[in-house]
Design a protein around this ligand. Structure first.
Ligand code: COA
Length: 272
């Protein structure tokens, strides 16, 4: 696949997708949305890939939507504007949210506006302590549009969402961790290794159990208690078929034979 706006690297079950427009602070152009849509579709069915990391080239993560190539260039092309709008919403929203593999956003610098929806769409997020986040839309007379308002509603406490949305004040990675926008913030020099450690940990888990964990959580958010129970019951049966009953045979079986303690370690990581 010829890519101009992204870079892909694969190793040990982990695919790293790098937004690759460093001179434009990795902001998202229509071409980037198209390429990301294709890349995520390809990685979805790549059996070698268990975890996808999304990050930015150079010293930054993503400066949000490309304000020039999207909002200005497509202003008088309503059909094309709507097509790109939907594509941009879809990959950061539904595609990432229900992605069958684990996803991690690695935030290495500026993260503005539309980039919040990448962070929210990924399952986990790790940032450099000195990364800069901001809901800058209010500063240029817009509001957190597209999928961003929904991302804020999904992730943040009301006071934080409105505070940062209404003031447009930038905040750092440590603050992003405190308010629950990301999982953790680490010194910049440790960002890559910390993220890779987490990715390796996720890649070592049973992929079907990983998918069920994600589906169970994401789907339950949308369901009544009864529907969620029914879904979980059916999901157990799906897991049995998908992994040949490995969770009973090996997962529980090896524990009952005293081979490992799942409360303290993952199957296959220790003595089992
Ligand atoms: N859309 C379009 N172009 C952008 C962009 C964006 N979101 N963010 C950065 N760029 C471009 C700049 O126009 C500039 O292009 P040029 O070199 O052709 O003039 C280049 O990227 C570098 O930006 P610059 O402002 O010179 O770099 P900086 O390091 O001083 O500041 C930012 C970086 C991200 C703080 C600043 O560019 C900015 O505020 N961008 C807008 C961020 C934003 O509001 N995003 C939300 C969109 S939903």
């Amino acid at each position: 696949m010829e890519l101009e706006t992204l870079k892909i690297a694969k190793a040990d079950g982990i695919a790293t997708v790098t937004l690759n427009r460093p001179n434009k602070r990795n902001c998202m152009s229509p071409q980037l949305h198209q390429e990301m849509t294709e890349v995520l579709a390809k990685l979805r069915y790549d059996d070698e890939v268990r975890v996808v990391i999304i990050t930015g080239a150079g010293d930054n993560f993503c400066a949000g939507m490309d304000l020039k190539e999207f909002f200005i260039a497509l202003k008088d092309k309503p059909a094309e504007y709507e097509r790109v709008w939907r594509q941009a919403a879809e990959w950061r929203g539904r595609t990432l949210r229900y992605y069958p593999k684990a996803t991690i956003a690695m935030i290495n610098g500026y993260c503005f506006g539309g980039a919040f929806s990448i962070v929210e769409g990924c399952d986990l997020a790790i940032a450099a302590e000195d990364a800069t986040f901001g809901l800058s839309e209010i500063n240029f007379k817009l509001f957190p549009g597209g999928t961003v308002s929904k991302s804020l509603a999904n992730l943040l406490r009301p006071r934080d969402a409105l505070w940062y949305g209404m003031t447009g004040r930038p905040f750092d990675g440590k603050t992003a961790a405190q308010i629950g926008l990301i999982n953790l913030a680490v010194p910049r020099a440790e960002l890559l290794e910390t993220t890779m450690q987490v990715a390796r940990e996720l890649a070592s888990k049973d992929p079907h159990a990983m998918k069920a964990t994600k589906d169970g959580y994401r789907m339950s958010l949308e369901m009544s208690w009864d529907a969620a129970c029914s879904y979980s019951f059916a999901k157990e049966q799906e897991l049995v078929v998908a992994q040949g009953d490995a969770w009973r045979k090996e997962g529980i079986g090896d524990f009952l034979q005293g081979k490992y303690r799942p409360g303290l370690e993952s199957h296959g990581a220790g003595a089992a």
